[in-house]
Design a protein around this ligand. Structure first.
Ligand SMILES: Nc1ncnc2c1ncn2[C@@H]1O[C@H](COP(=O)(O)OP(=O)(O)OP(=O)(O)O)[C@@H](O)[C@H]1O
Ligand SMILES: [Mg+2]
Length: 153
């Protein structure tokens, strides 16, 4: 599969991580899928908050761990924030993920996407967030032309 990345970016503060997410959120289109990988507390939700802001969502953004999916409805796009931490492949069948991935007005940002493999499109954007000194190092890979487009300035 064709994939391409960009150089890792170091975000020294949560605000920088949010701003990076915001840049992506401004460009996100319906049916885009963004996967966020990284250890507990790496900054996946912080990044997602930026994405939601960039897409024009004004309300509260928080970890959906217990609800599993939080829809952030902005005027032009709904961002489905999904968190599958400790969710098994079997359980994902009960969450209604097909409604999120199939919403023609929605894009998906997903933390701990492992259990959603069946739902993920081949062409998606994958971020990896790692602890780096006092901040975080964020790397990104586009798995196809559609997601590659999101990385252009
Ligand atoms: N450069 C940074 N970028 C992002 N978060 C940072 C940074 N520096 C410190 N932090 C802090 O790290 C924490 C990141 O929490 P966040 O909930 O975003 O992580 P997460 O990856 O979503 O965790 P989880 O796996 O539990 O869902 C926050 O408390 C945030 O303030
Ligand atoms: Mg989180």
């Amino acid at each position: 599969m064709k994939s391409s990345g960009v150089l890792p970016i170091v975000c020294q503060t949560p605000e920088e991580t949010r701003q990076l997410g915001q840049r992506l959120g401004r460009k996100l289109r319906p049916l885009d899928v963004v996967c966020l990988a990284g250890n507990l507390g790496a900054g996946k939700t912080t990044f997602t908050e930026g994405v939601a802001r960039g897409a024009g969502f004004k309300g509260a953004v928080m970890s959906p761990s217990f609800g599993l999916v939080r829809p952030y409805r902005a005027p032009k796009l709904t961002i489905y924030h999904i968190d599958l931490f400790r969710v098994s492949d079997l359980e994902t069948g009960e969450i209604g993920l097909e409604d999120c991935f199939g919403d023609p007005n929605g894009a998906v940002v997903i933390e701990w996407a492992g259990a959603a493999k069946l739902y993920l499109p081949k062409d998606r954007l994958e971020f990896q967030i790692d602890y780096f000194k006092e901040g975080r190092k964020i790397s990104c890979r586009a798995l196809g032309p559609r997601s590659q487009d999101l990385l252009r300035d």
